[in-house]
Design a protein. Structure first.
Length: 283
């Protein structure tokens, strides 16, 4: 044993060929990793470029689709609309209210005017019959008589199937009063006049031979005016509606306002509801 070993010192280890090969292997592996990383980066860049092209193409396609939708919404090729709940269609965009009345209702423009009843496009064209406007898709109109709302005490007993179906087609949700199959009531948002926007309940008694005969006046809840048997609209011809009050509950009153000229009118629920619209508009 050497003196160095005896003194506890380790002998130096000579680097041989094996140590040299190991160092070279590490360097080669590092170079390989670098080249692989460069290749991965290049591949990722290519994928990003392709992804950006795909993104640009998708965005262009989306923009084109949105423009097409906007164009179709504002300028549809075929415009669908209704007059007194009857559906029609046209390619013509500009109309006057009088032209719509004449073309689609056949009523006299000297005794009628047009209103638009779409909740998003409500309009009253009274006095504007010759002023052109742009007809939009899904518009809904009613033709209103300019005649007075008379006061009368007519009464009627009804079968209600036809009238209920007509109300449903106009978007209302009618209910038959319990124990009184001839009485129909429904929620109604006042569309015009000084009570516009107020939610009320309307009750209708519809004649058995409707639409040959129109209903009489309307039953209203809550009460708006004191009872008065005589007088003129809007405060005349009003009394308690005991039938609706007992069957449905709450305060009800009857407004005696029959539809005059029904014999020559377009006999439909929408026509009668245009009469109801006018009763509120003239408050």
């Amino acid at each position: 044993m050497s003196e160095a070993n005896q003194e506890g010192h380790s002998e130096p280890i000579e680097a041989g060929p094996k140590g040299h090969d190991a160092c070279g292997s590490d360097e080669a592996e590092a170079l390989h990793d670098i080249e692989q990383a460069k290749a991965d980066i290049g591949k990722a860049k290519d994928e990003i470029q392709h992804g950006m092209k795909d993104l640009d193409a998708a965005e262009q396609k989306l923009d084109a689709a949105e423009e097409e939708l906007e164009e179709a919404h504002h300028h549809p090729k075929i415009i669908h609309f209704s007059v007194d709940a009857e559906p029609y269609e046209t390619e013509r965009r500009e109309w006057t209210p009088n032209e719509i009345i004449t073309e689609f209702s056949g009523l006299d423009i000297t005794t009628h005017y047009l209103i638009e009843t779409d909740p998003h496009h409500q309009a009253n064209f009274q006095g504007k019959g010759t002023v052109p406007f742009e007809l939009h898709d899904c518009a809904s109109f009613q033709v209103i008589s300019v005649g007075p709302a008379p006061v009368s005490d007519g009464n009627a007993r009804t079968g209600v199937a036809c009238f209920v179906a007509g109300l449903a087609s106009l978007g209302y949700k009618p209910t038959i009063a319990p124990g009184k199959p001839e009485h129909v009531y429904f929620d109604y948002e006042v569309p015009a006049g000084k009570f516009a926007g107020q939610l009320v309940r309307l009750g209708i008694i519809v004649p058995q031979d409707f639409p040959l005969t129109a209903p009489g006046g309307i039953h209203v809840s809550p009460k708006f005016y004191p009872n008065q048997s005589g007088g003129v609209h809007p405060t005349g011809g009003i009394h308690d509606s005991a039938d609706f009050q007992s069957a449905v509950g709450g305060d009800w009153q009857y407004w005696s306002r029959p539809y005059t000229g029904w014999s020559t009118a377009k006999k439909a629920v929408a026509t009668y509801m245009s009469h109801v619209w006018k009763l509120w508009h003239t408050q």
